[in-house]
Write a protein that binds this ligand. Structure first.
Ligand SMILES: [Ca+2]
Ligand SMILES: [Ca+2]
Length: 305
């Protein structure tokens, strides 16, 4: 299965590491537990690639926080982007949080996934953050999706501050699918999708869902935006890697399933291309589950410098 290439089902790790507080503590004590997926951490090109991994009990919920202040070199205390991957199979997880929120007043990438109650094996969660010494301009916006409806919402970057990543935070216990989390182009003169971040959420439940969308805008970098696509089957999974240019380093990334209903993001991951360094600085991988019943298209964005 294609998905196996990007989110291999690794041996389950550490059941019981299931609280946010404990996860944050572990990040601080062990900033680079790379064994979960072979994701190397370190610096290149003025950026630091950092990771935290763990697992969840079947049917449970798991949070991870990767704080930039905890990386080996304390000059990389700010954030450009991040994301996560799991070893979950089709239909097993919902990504509740995938966002650049600060924690304890430090820049950090935060994730939470919930695992369907019927899943019988542990599911791993690997979160990563891409860190820098340049302070970003992080923007957020609250939104509400009515029962049974789809909402697209945008968080604008300030003029001249291009977007490098973004994400979403939704509540536990609701039924929804996030089908798009990506950079967008507004009506400005330029055609690059540098103007902010767009989220699309389908509320499949019976009550309104309130969430927050985020954009990380850079004061320093002049990002290059790369986009690649792959077909999505009506029912099943799709994923692809979109690469940065040969001399570029990854700042962040996003993805979009073409259907507003029945496409659900299940992974957003930095990748290494097997180049001279073994850091995941070379591209961005996105994965979706589909129950749309119609063929669709997955677009994956790599935002690089
Ligand atoms: Ca633009
Ligand atoms: Ca590399």
């Amino acid at each position: 299965m294609m998905g196996q290439l990007i989110w291999p089902r690794a041996a389950a790790i550490g059941a019981g590491l299931s609280t946010l507080a404990l996860a944050a503590t572990l990040v601080m004590m062990h900033p680079a537990p790379a064994a979960a997926r072979g994701f190397n951490t370190g610096s290149t090109g003025g950026l630091y690639y950092s990771e935290s991994g763990g697992g969840t009990d079947p049917g449970g919920s798991y949070s991870a926080v990767v704080a930039c202040s905890e990386v080996a070199n304390s000059k990389f205390i700010h954030l450009t982007g991040g994301g996560m991957a799991t070893n979950a199979e089709f239909g097993e997880i919902t990504i509740v949080e995938n966002w650049p929120g600060a924690t304890l007043d430090v820049d950090a990438w935060q994730n939470r996934v919930t695992v369907e109650p019927v899943v019988e094996q542990d599911v791993s969660l690997d979160s990563f953050a891409i860190c820098t010494n340049e302070q970003p301009n992080v923007r957020s916006k609250g939104f509400s999706v009515n029962a049974g409806e789809v909402l697209s919402t945008e968080v604008d970057c300030p003029a001249g501050k291009p977007v490098t990543s973004g994400g979403w935070k939704l509540p536990d216990g609701s039924i929804y699918e996030t089908s798009s989390s990506r950079p967008f182009d507004d009506a400005d003169a330029g055609k690059s999708p540098d103007d902010g971040w767009r989220i699309r959420v389908e509320n499949r439940g019976g009550a309104p869902v309130n969430g927050t969308a985020w954009a990380v805008c850079t004061n320093e970098f002049n990002p290059k935006y790369h986009r690649g696509t792959v077909p999505i089957p009506g029912t099943g999974q799709a994923d692809r890697v979109t690469r940065c240019g040969d001399k570029e380093n990854l700042l962040g990334g996003g993805l979009r399933g073409s259907s507003a209903t029945g496409h659900e993001i299940v992974g957003t991951l930095a990748v290494d291309r097997g180049d001279a360094n073994d850091l995941p600085d070379d591209g961005f991988a996105g994965g979706v589950d589909s129950v749309s019943l119609q063929d669709g298209k997955l677009a994956v964005y790599a935002i690089c410098k």
